[in-house]
Design a protein around this ligand. Structure first.
Ligand SMILES: Cc1cc2nc3c(=O)[nH]c(=O)nc-3n(C[C@H](O)[C@H](O)[C@H](O)COP(=O)(O)OP(=O)(O)OC[C@H]3O[C@@H](n4cnc5c(N)ncnc54)[C@H](O)[C@@H]3O)c2cc1C
Length: 321
């Protein structure tokens, strides 16, 4: 690995040689990741990029590989705890720069519309685009603060619905850097899991199939979901949503509450008083506080109930992986 201060300059040169000089100029060194995560924790990324096309993502990955630098890809940072020591190598964030939505009538089904969206598009924006166009199928996603790519990767869902119901096709970059596509059947989508989680790959563009519906009904369903969320979740605090996957036969929140851990805190990390399945940042939490608290919850529930709680939130960066 190269010395730190020269790494970004060499990275810029290599990217410019490939014809990506604008992207090269926009690279940032030591970008504070707490600004890009919903938990508001995380140290610096050695090199940080927000590409705006699939070609730019491929160029970034090729360059990182050529320089022997590890890379990590993120979306909206709403399912992440990034280490206080930050992330070594390149962080690629798919956000606003990579968020186009367009729709087309489905040539095979007059009752459906196909939506083409790039991976950085926020799910909340997609859901509202669908509602505005009287399209049904994405109401469940109206309160999930992730990007479309992150939602495909996690097979995000809520209220007994998930992304697998609306995805038609995904264009992605394979782990060896080539662009490929899969139809829904090939994506191995199951509860908070996809093929990308097991095999790697970067989701670039997604085709969603939505049904024509009634605007009034769609908006009313979204209002109902929003009320439920506001009532039951500690949305005024930074968090990454539910910390754990749902264990078969149990409710995570109830297990944690019965163990007497509601409100329990380590440093600035606390088990939410409102929903014990959420760990929140009360203001000055570090990633270590969150990690310690989550380990404590896992150990307590294992001892009391014999249940192994699995983390749904991903812990990334120096010291975590
Ligand atoms: C208040 C709150 C409520 C939430 N409610 C829900 C909910 O109801 N249901 C639910 O499922 N989740 C929920 N979440 C969690 C989170 O929003 C989802 O898991 C979301 O899908 C994560 O997307 P992201 O873009 O933020 O991904 P990130 O957090 O940026 O990344 C998560 C993982 O996805 C990978 N990834 C991201 N983009 C891509 C891509 N383009 N290609 C390949 N891999 C990628 C990353 O490498 C990482 O491993 C909630 C979070 C919060 C803060």
């Amino acid at each position: 690995m190269m010395a730190d201060n020269s790494t970004i300059e060499v990275f810029r040169e290599k990217l410019a040689e490939k014809g990506f000089s604008d992207l090269a100029k926009d690279l940032r060194a030591d970008e504070a990741m707490k600004a890009h995560t919903s938990f508001r924790v995380g140290g610096p990324a050695q090199i940080y990029a927000e590409p705006s096309s699939t070609d730019e993502i491929v160029a970034l990955i090729d360059t990182a590989k050529a320089l022997g630098l590890p890379f990590f890809l993120m979306g909206n940072g709403s399912n992440l705890v990034i280490s206080d020591e930050g992330i070594e190598g390149l962080v690629i964030r798919l956000g606003e720069n990579f968020s186009d939505i367009r729709s087309e009538d489905d040539p095979e089904d007059p009752d459906s519309v196909l939506i083409y969206a790039t991976a950085g598009t926020l799910l909340i924006r997609l859901s509202s685009f669908a509602a505005k166009n009287s399209l049904t199928g994405l109401e469940f996603a109206s309160g999930i603060p992730g990007s479309l790519g992150g939602a495909v990767f996690m097979n995000a869902g809520a209220y007994d619905h998930d992304m697998s119901e609306v995805i038609e096709k995904v264009t992605f970059i394979t782990s060896d850097g080539t662009v490929s596509a899969f139809n829904r059947e090939d994506l191995d989508l199951s509860y908070r899991s996809s093929r990308f989680m097991k095999e790697g790959g970067i989701v670039c563009e997604v085709v969603l199939k939505l049904k024509r519906g009634d605007a009034e009904e769609i908006n009313s369903q979204i209002r109902t979901y929003t009320e439920k969320r506001t009532k039951s979740q500690p949305l005024q605090y930074p968090s990454a949503g539910s910390m754990f996957k749902r264990p078969t036969g149990y409710y995570t929140g109830a297990l944690i509450e019965q163990a007497g851990l509601k409100g329990f805190s380590i440093g600035g990390a606390q088990v939410s008083e409102k929903h014990a399945g959420f760990v929140i940042n009360t203001g000055d939490a570090t990633a270590k506080d969150i990690d310690d608290l989550v380990s404590h919850i896992q150990k307590t529930i294992k001892e009391k109930n014999g249940v192994e709680l699995q983390r749904e939130v991903r812990f990334i960066g120096r010291g975590f992986n």
